[in-house]
Design a binder for this molecule. Sequence first.
Ligand code: ZN
Length: 166
Amino acid sequence: MSVLPILRWPDPRLSQRCDPVEHEDIDALVADLFDTMYAAQGRGLAAPQVGVMKRVFVMDVTWKEGTPSPLAMVNPTIMAAERVPVVADEGCLSIPGVMVPVERNVAVTVQWSEPKGDIHMADFDGFEARCIQHEFDHLNGTVTFDRIAPDLRAELEGAYMAQTRP
Ligand code: ZN
């Protein structure tokens, strides 16, 4: 298990759609994603953020409060959404230092595989629903900047680029 470097936007890999996991063994990838996410003090991390273009993400929305709830989703599908829009600031380990106000559905029903292949389906709301929609976006090459109005995007992108310029 190891902590991997996290790609920073605008790395082009963060704008690419990921491939489904077929039969490959992804145990090591999932372990590395968790290690990397915890080391970076994050609550979610998708495989493309470490340059692996596969439909896998990990999340743990409660570990910072002392109660870990690790969840790894392989080939997730959002089956249904409760289309009540909620706007809240989101951080992203690939866009450090910038909070972006993103509109998400208040609740989602998700089907996913575990790394070992067992299939699950469950409903999520609150911060979990937001985190899942954020990580799911990464698998389709979408980041928070892609979900906001052009004028706000220009402003936040400008601030981000100014801060990351060497
Ligand atoms: Zn992110």
